[in-house]
Ligand binder design. Structure first.
Ligand code: UN1
Length: 504
């Protein structure tokens, strides 16, 4: 029995799932750790999805009447369930997505954090009061629950992305239908079981407040095209977003898109190189380069470029690559063979463009013939060619040089994506310029920390091909509600706005 298979039954049982929930179906789930088949998960048909959305809509109609602070109580209980199951769910993330255990646990911590955030928010769904131009009138905004929220998530954050959406949506009075990645349905079923446990303890929550739909493209399409789904929050590739966004728009639904990134770090002459190396290392090779916030490009000043590359290479050589559940491992496997092939293709294109490539080769194939472990690659580019502008979801770090800081910013912005970015600099002018209107064009811009590993308190997302959506903290909750502007006349007159006269 494979390593992953040996651990799975106990984990699933601890998380409250009977074997029948993930056996006897048609969707084969493989562990990226050793390529072994973990489960055959039953899938839904588009007709079943339509019925599930119907139930979600009914649940919304009653849940929206529940006062928001009481709705927060359900998410408080979900947070408790997540705390109690943090180790089991973190391990399951490791088995199914191949993250090192510490990152699997970190992902569950992100879920706990957003639950705490949402509980507080349940008493803070504030609207504005607005000064009316008319005497005896009052204006205000009221935020109302929106409807059914469809969540589409990717394999690389198989549980956290669901929780960012669900914790906010539930507190905002919505119901949720979740389509997880076909590569990671087990962690989704586990989250659903935890949600149901919380709902049971809560007592009177509608039955279908949060549901999971499993399947391929047709299942996603049924969700995207259903007019009862008021908001589709989709995280994944730009290619996926290009289909989801217009289809939701066609029916005037709302979408919240969090798509590809091509995140750069600028390293200036004044940078603290110790910090830069550590920050870049985690952001470039953490999660085996499979975060949307992964650092994919370094733009280093010519005066520090050689030293930086040497130090990064040294650090790369010392990286423990292997079984992500083993203590000490820092780089786990790629998700699958297709991902490995895409990485190799990108490296070969870079070579054709004149790059010198360090690392990037497959390792451990004797031990894990069906899994794809690679040495993360550092690729010195003569310039920012087309392959550098493309997001390859693997640990490839392209390095370019610059002489003038303005050019570095221009190069950092000169890609189709706009998610995350960072500058390492101890020069106040450079750091502030980077954050200013003429600096980074990304949704996330950092100083002296890497591009990945954002906290939940900030709004998360980015511009251009990243899709423009913002989820998680700050005021992202507004995506999950509809705004009504109210004008109340408490006078005995009926003055019209803008001084218009309409007297009979
Ligand atoms: C993603 O890769 O889809 O900032 C999300 C980060 C994490 C979220 C990444 N908090 O890296």
């Amino acid at each position: 029995m494979s390593l992953a298979n040996a651990l799975l039954p106990q984990l699933m049982q601890n998380l409250g799932l009977a074997a029948s929930a993930y056996a006897g179906g048609t969707l084969a789930v493989h562990s990226p750790i050793d390529g072994s088949q973990l489960a055959l998960v039953p899938t839904h048909s588009p007709q079943q999805v339509t019925a599930i959305i119907g139930k979600a809509h009914e649940s919304f109609l009653s849940w929206r009447q529940t006062p928001a602070p009481r709705r927060g109580e359900l998410i408080r209980l979900l947070g408790e369930e997540l705390r109690a199951s943090k180790t089991d769910l973190g391990k399951l993330v490791s088995l199914e997505a191949g993250k090192i255990l510490s990152e699997g646990l970190g992902e569950v911590q992100e879920m706990i954090d957003i639950c705490d955030f949402a509980v507080g928010l349940s008493r803070q769904l504030y609207g504005l009061t607005i000064a009316s131009e008319r005497p005896g009138h009052r204006m205000m905004e009221t935020w109302h629950p929106l409807g059914v929220v469809g969540v589409i998530s990717a394999f690389n954050f198989p549980v956290a992305v669901w929780s960012w959406n669900t914790a906010l949506a539930i507190v905002c009075g919505d119901s949720v239908v979740w389509k997880p990645s076909e590569k990671t349905p087990l962690t989704a079923l586990a989250c659903q079981a935890l949600f149901e446990r919380a709902a049971k303890r809560f007592g009177d929550a509608p039955q279908a407040l949060s549901q999971v739909i499993i399947g391929a493209r047709d299942v996603g399409e049924a969700l995207v095209n259903d007019t009862r789904v008021a908001l589709v929050s989709a995280t994944g590739s730009t290619r996926m977003g290009r289909e989801v966004g217009p289809n939701v728009a066609k029916r005037f639904g709302r979408s919240l898109l969090e798509l590809g990134g091509n995140n750069a770090v600028i390293v200036t002459p004044s940078a603290d190189l110790d910090l830069a190396v550590r920050g870049i290392l985690f952001a470039a090779v953490g999660t085996a380069g499979q975060r949307c916030t992964t650092t994919r490009r370094i733009i280093a000043h010519h005066s520090v470029r050689e030293t930086l590359i040497e130090r990064l290479k040294k650090a790369y050589l010392a990286l423990p690559i292997g079984n992500p559940t083993a203590p000490g491992t820092l780089v786990g496997p790629l998700i699958d063979q297709a991902s490995f092939e895409a990485m190799q293709q990108a490296l070969s294109q870079a070579r054709q463009d004149g790059a010198s490539v360090f690392g990037g080769e497959r390792v451990l194939q004797d031990q894990f013939p069906l899994a794809y472990y690679v040495k993360p690659a550092i690729v010195e580019m003569p310039s920012q060619t087309a392959i550098v502008c493309h997001e390859t979801f693997a640990p490839i770090l392209y390095v370019m040089g610059y002489a003038d800081f303005k050019d570095a910013i221009a190069m950092q912005n000169d890609v189709p994506q706009g998610l995350s970015s960072a500058v390492f600099s101890n020069d106040l002018r450079e750091a502030e310029t980077f954050l200013s209107v003429s600096g980074s064009d990304c949704g996330i811009a950092n100083v002296n920390i890497g591009t990945s590993g954002a906290e939940i308190g900030g709004a998360f997302g980015g511009e251009k091909e990243t899709g423009g959506g913002r989820e998680s903290g700050s005021d992202a909750w507004r995506n999950y509600m509809r705004r009504a502007t109210n004008t109340v006349n408490y006078s005995k007159e009926l003055p019209l706005a803008q001084g218009v006269r309409f007297d009979v």
